[in-house]
Design a protein. Structure first.
Length: 281
């Protein structure tokens, strides 16, 4: 059992959970993730390691309560526990000194972006970060990113914080400016956002890395759940990724696989909420 040291809601339905897992903390590198299982028989949920205080310190996980599994986890108070935390999984981010880089985070994807941006800044890059959400409460980790980024620019769809619109509106301005154009862009968020960022940077020939979160089951490359097509080749996000060249990812296929899963999850939720349902998930 892995002890939950704290559990705070940092945005609507988004929780920051600090979990005691010293061996994972000692081994983890930026870009890697864990797969958690709340209780025996529960679904396995992939979660990025947002931070680790130090090499033996606790792990910070940021969890959006979207399905029953994540809702059960975030309902567990500090002092409670998670049955399994397996990891670290996936390939660590390749951190290079490139000069000026732009990191783009959409909604809760900013949690995945955070360790990446921190490692890029730590390697001596000048990091400008653009983070966006539906409204101000949905924009997360702004102060934490400001601690090491040269600039943190915010967007909201309702205009309640920063520029009104999508993150791509601010990215476009930066790409168009010769003096601000970066050597690379890192983007993490909803699939349509990462597709839009990659389409935009392709026009300016700016290298773009995206972090994908397809459906994951075993996290070992065996089940095929996280299959993605990159540069015409089949890849498994859990072992070959989760980061890939955004200009080579088949986003259309990724979106269609995600929608298939969402429809299935909705049917399961409807069954669970039906008055005739037996209460079992
Ligand atoms: P959201 O749908 O509210 O979008 C957040 C922001 O992303 C928007 O405000 C906008 O700035 C940007 N965005 C969204 N669609 C865009 C588009 N078509 N073009 C340009 N910009 C766009 O996000 P949310 O509800 O906070 O987060 C949930 C989504 O994030 C889910 O789709 C989930 O799968 C994804 N997610 C991805 C990762 C990852 O590792 N890639 C991790 C966690 C969550
Ligand atoms: Fe099963 Fe990646 S999660 S192959």
């Amino acid at each position: 059992m892995f002890e939950i040291l704290s559990n705070d809601e940092i945005a609507p339905l988004v929780h920051r959970m600090v979990v005691r897992a010293p061996r994972i903390a000692a081994a983890r590198k930026p870009g890697q993730f864990v797969i958690v299982r709340h209780e025996e028989g529960d679904e396995r949920i992939p979660l990025t390691i947002a931070d680790a205080a130090d090499q033996a310190g606790p792990l910070t996980l940021i969890i959006q309560a979207v399905g029953q599994g994540t809702k059960d986890i975030v309902a567990t108070e500090g002092g409670g526990g998670i049955l399994d935390v397996a990891g670290p999984l996936g390939m660590p981010t390749e951190i290079e000194k490139l000069g000026r880089v732009v990191c783009v985070g959409g909604g809760v994807g900013t949690a995945v972006l955070y360790p990446l941006a921190k490692a890029l800044a730590g390697a001596g890059n000048e990091v400008v970060t653009i983070i966006g959400g539906r409204s101000a409460p949905h924009v997360i980790l702004r102060d934490e990113l400001a601690a090491f980024c040269k600039q943190v620019l915010c967007t909201t769809e309702d205009g309640s914080l920063g520029v009104k619109g999508f993150v791509t509106a601010v990215l476009k301005e930066i790409l168009e400016d010769d003096a601000r154009r970066p050597a690379a862009v890192y983007a993490v968020g909803p699939v349509p956002m990462m597709a839009a960022v990659s389409d935009m940077t392709r026009e300016y020939a700016v290298r773009t890395i995206v972090s994908l979160n397809p459906i994951m089951v075993d996290g070992t490359g065996m089940c095929g759940g996280c299959r993605v097509t990159v540069g015409g080749e089949i890849k498994f996000a859990c072992v070959d990724g989760p980061e890939f060249d955004g200009h080579a990812v088949d986003f259309r296929e990724l979106a269609s696989r995600q929608n298939m899963y969402k429809e299935h999850q909705c049917r399961l939720d409807d069954q669970a909420n039906s008055p005739t349902a037996g209460g079992d998930k």
